[in-house]
Design a protein around this ligand. Sequence first.
Ligand SMILES: NC(=O)c1ccc[n+]([C@@H]2O[C@H](COP(=O)([O-])OP(=O)(O)OC[C@H]3O[C@@H](n4cnc5c(N)ncnc54)[C@H](OP(=O)(O)O)[C@@H]3O)[C@@H](O)[C@H]2O)c1
Length: 251
Amino acid sequence: MKFTNKNILITGASTGIGKALAEKLSHIKCKLILTARRIELLKEIKANLSGNKAAIEIHQNDVSNKEAVKQTKSKILGNIDIAILNAGVGGNVNPDNYDSAIGEKVYGTNVMGLIYWIEELLPQMKKERKGIIAGVSSLADNRGYPGSSFYCGSKAAASIMLEGLRIEFIKYGIKVITIKPGFVATPMTANHKFHMPFLMNSDKAAKIIIKGIEKDKKVIEFPWQTAVGAKFVSLIPNFIFDKMVKKQMGQ
Ligand SMILES: NC(=O)c1ccc[n+]([C@@H]2O[C@H](COP(=O)([O-])OP(=O)(O)OC[C@H]3O[C@@H](n4cnc5c(N)ncnc54)[C@H](OP(=O)(O)O)[C@@H]3O)[C@@H](O)[C@H]2O)c1
């Protein structure tokens, strides 16, 4: 099994998909390195999973802070074999609350968070000529959805960046995987007012992600219905797209 006896980093492990990944992987003999800003939540998770097979190390970390990422990496004992860079934030933005601070937070976490962590992981992985970097993007990377324009933009940047890195890193034996979930029931989506088609729970999402990494997939996108739908939506002409999403978002 790909995860057995490996050191596995999960960023954004305090809630949602990251927490579900930690719970699932804790049944495998491996070391889980869990990070997030809310250390109290990580302590609870560590206590709850302590009876399982995995050894668990937790670190408080803000992925949008380059220095903090550097420091956290330096505190991690041993090398990282698999990094699931999952930390992410939403950020509702509209003409009435438009604020670059929201943009800084969303891009700082969803894009710079990946860039900072990859910068820290790369030297060791290059040296060992192996490693897996799985970055969590979104199926919302396909278009700019109203209210989520910063989020969609950040995920489009993440997906495109991960795709390029995937090809570039091959020569060092490092695998880069892009994870693109559709709607998953987590604190991030808990307050969404619009209908979320094919909404799945975080446990199922974690299962699909783990299976996808096991199978060496380049892109793990789910659920398949939303993944197929997203591809069609990206082909829809603007005048139809605008009307369609306005209706969907209740605008
Ligand atoms: N839920 C969905 O429908 C959906 C769909 C597509 C993609 N995704 C992506 O899946 C990933 C996980 O999201 P989720 O749905 O599980 O949401 P979530 O429950 O809100 O989890 C987000 C995680 O990221 C962490 N985080 C946020 N900002 C951070 C920062 N600056 N530094 C470090 N950690 C940070 C949070 O921990 P702290 O607040 O404790 O730091 C939390 O553990 C995100 O990248 C998200 O964009 C989710």
